[in-house]
Design a protein around this ligand. Structure first.
Ligand SMILES: C[S@@+](CC[C@H](N)C(=O)[O-])C[C@H]1O[C@@H](n2cnc3c(N)ncnc32)[C@H](O)[C@@H]1O
Length: 184
């Protein structure tokens, strides 16, 4: 399932409820771990990615208390970050994205769409006011479109499952690499 919220407390609660015992979680934008602390005890592996120095400092301490927690200080818009996460896991059960609830919808969507295409989560939890407002405003006026989807946390039916489609997506970011080959 793909779930979107804006309120940060609701995001943390939702993420904690969505993560199941033994899950692998990829979390983008954990900041100082307010969202991470809520679920890390349940996860088999949690890989947290944030570009902020403050996040790196906090997670240095947090990772000492949780052997299942990996922190990577990276910009999630770059494919280097994805490559580094792939050294720890090649798929995830839950993908969480919080770049700041007020971030532009296009950036949040692009980051989510790219990462979900690679890690194929069972569930996605996204914090974005703009995406939530877009979905609330939009009405789909086309009866030929699918109304039912498999219960997956990524756009499986849209085609990123195929390397060709994923490649086109990643090419737009100019960082295509063959993810089926061993990484350096
Ligand atoms: C609002 S905070 C996250 C709050 C956190 N989820 C919580 O519940 O406390 C947003 C975080 O996203 C990070 N961020 C924003 N853009 C990013 C990017 N392109 N790559 C990695 N981290 C990013 C920021 O550094 C910041 O730490």
């Amino acid at each position: 399932m793909i779930q979107i919220v804006y309120d940060v407390k609701a995001y943390r609660r939702l993420l904690a409820d969505t993560v199941r015992e033994g899950d692998t979680v990829v979390e983008i934008g954990p900041h100082t771990g307010g969202s991470t602390r809520a679920y890390v005890g349940k996860a088999k592996l949690a890989v947290a990615v944030d570009k902020a120095e403050q996040a790196e400092r906090t997670f240095g301490r947090l990772a000492k208390a949780h052997a299942n927690l990996v922190f990577l200080r990276e910009d999630a818009r770059g494919f280097e970050a994805i490559k580094k996460v792939m050294k720890h896991t090649k798929s995830c059960d839950v993908l969480a994205v919080d770049l700041g609830g007020g971030r532009y919808a296009d950036t949040v969507f692009k980051v989510w769409a790219t990462w979900s295409g690679v890690f194929k989560p069972r569930d996605s939890v996204i914090r974005s006011r703009a995406l939530a407002e877009f979905l609330q405003r939009a009405k789909i006026s086309d009866t030929t479109l699918l109304a039912e989807f498999p219960d997956a946390g990524w756009l499986a039916t849209w085609g990123r499952a195929t390397p060709y489609k994923l490649r086109r997506q990643l090419d737009e970011f100019k960082y295509w690499i063959d993810i089926t080959k061993p990484l350096d």
